[in-house]
Design a protein around this ligand. Structure first.
Ligand code: GLN
Length: 283
């Protein structure tokens, strides 16, 4: 399969096609962007010369991918809201579905507010909100010190460090460090995988931090904490915007209705038509 460089002049298209049918085109491009430290378009318009060393490096990246390592952990980078985020094995990999939460807030008529992002992970929600909404202030929390370090780096990378405060702690506990922990919006993409589902997760997903995935016995632990405690941290008429897992809508409605202080304002579907986000108002 591997042609000798002595017998064949190679270009980047040779590498793009070398594993076609084995690795998806988009992942191939992501690995090549990483290898050549360039933008995707450059792969097609610049004339990179390929030597044996480059091909060997490429082969080793491909073999990591084929061994189940997510492409974002190989490249150390994930795209979210059109922005580049540093990711490591200590952080959950941002998913396109989560952009729904950011877009909801971007499209909201009230645009000057204080936002709390719980379980911030790589900081993708907090940082993209701060970047795209210059008038807001964000507080972001996570239980993982290692993840928070990455989130801080992402804030610096996108020049929004001065508008995001990061605190370490479990959900709301982290806010003991905040002088004024009152917010207009609480946004959260919490861990929501049921414990029993763990053995069936894709190999790639199993490589993500368990604390970023594990939502307890029924996957709803974090929603229960948010339903119980959020009123202490929300301004009057504040809102909660949550990502939710497949089929969790009714259980969440039941959890929030226990308190008689919330109304479900909106359920938002993702690109596959799955109910993916819930907007809840504090009455
Ligand atoms: N907030 C991060 C994200 O949406 C991390 C989520 C998590 O760790 N569950 O990608």
């Amino acid at each position: 399969m591997i042609l000798s460089s002595k017998t064949c002049k190679r270009d980047v298209f040779y590498l793009i096609n070398k594993y076609s049918g084995i690795v998806s085109k988009v992942e191939t491009e992501m690995l090549l962007e990483y290898l050549f430290n360039c933008a995707r378009i450059d792969l097609y318009i610049r004339n990179f010369s390929i030597n044996e060393t480059i091909e060997e490096l490429y082969d080793s990246l491909i073999s990591r991918r084929l061994n189940g390592e997510p492409v974002q952990y190989i490249t150390g980078c994930a795209e979210f809201m059109g922005l580049d985020f540093i990711v490591t094995k200590d952080t959950f990999i941002p998913r396109p579905e989560t952009e729904i939460l950011v877009n909801e807030l971007l499209n909201s008529p009230d645009k000057s507010f204080r936002i709390l992002d719980l379980c911030t992970g790589s900081g993708n929600i907090a940082v993209s909100l701060a970047k795209l909404m210059p008038q807001i202030e964000v507080t972001a929390t996570d239980i993982s010190e290692a993840a928070l370090k990455i989130a801080e780096k992402n804030a610096a990378r996108h020049n929004v460090s001065e508008r995001i405060k990061f605190y370490k702690g479990n959900v709301f506990n982290a806010l003991v460090f905040d002088k004024n922990p009152k917010f207009d919006i609480i946004v959260c993409n919490p861990p929501y995988v049921k414990k029993a589902e763990f053995p069936y997760l894709q190999n790639e997903v199993k490589q993500e931090p368990e604390i970023a995935l594990n939502g307890g016995g029924d996957g709803l632990d974090f929603y229960r904490i948010i339903a119980k405690e959020s009123h202490r941290y929300l301004e009057k008429c504040g809102s909660i915007l949550l990502e939710i897992g497949f089929g969790q809508k009714q259980a969440l409605k039941d959890i929030f209705s226990l308190y008689n202080i919330f109304e479900i304002h909106k359920i938002i579907k993702d690109f596959s038509g799955i109910e993916r986000a819930m907007w809840i108002n504090l009455l």
